[in-house]
Design a protein around this ligand. Sequence first.
Ligand code: HEM
Length: 152
Amino acid sequence: MFEKLQTFLEIDDEARSSAFALSQLLAPHFDRAIEEFYATVQEFDINPNVTHRTVPALKEKQKQHWLALFHSRFDDNFFSSISRIGVRHRDIELNPMWYVAGYTRLKMAFVDVIVRSDLHVVTKGQMVKTLDKYIAIDMALALSAYDAVILD
Ligand code: HEM
């Protein structure tokens, strides 16, 4: 199933090397982007489990997850992490609507970093495309874990 999804989204060697370059570009910006994300989640009062006490650990977990994703480390650890993300969000009764919208907010912050970089415009376009593919694969897998804990 995962192979099929990967092929469907055209996550090939070229996309994998673009994702790696993307992770390097984003690395210095993850902390601020994720911090702003949780600040907005709190501002909008989306879920009572996001508090000043839980945010530091969430920030770290989310950052590690993004790094594993962009490094295309699609191993058992990655799949367990994805599964946990889906299940934990379901357990805190986070409507998938917010999960999808949350991804979009993070994506907007990441696109800003790409746009403001001094990369060639064609490379910027390729990176945005890669970002889309990787977010789609991550979101699709986590959402499918909302209902099924075991991914085949
Ligand atoms: C409005 C949207 C979101 C809210 C309110 C939210 C809230 C939370 C909360 C409260 C937890 C802790 C659950 C627990 O263990 O009790 C959690 C876990 C987590 N969330 Fe979110 N989340 C949102 C969107 C996202 C998005 C877009 C990502 C992107 C990757 C993400 C990544 C994670 C990760 C990596 C964990 C840790 C899972 C683990 O324990 O391994 N979250 N989230």
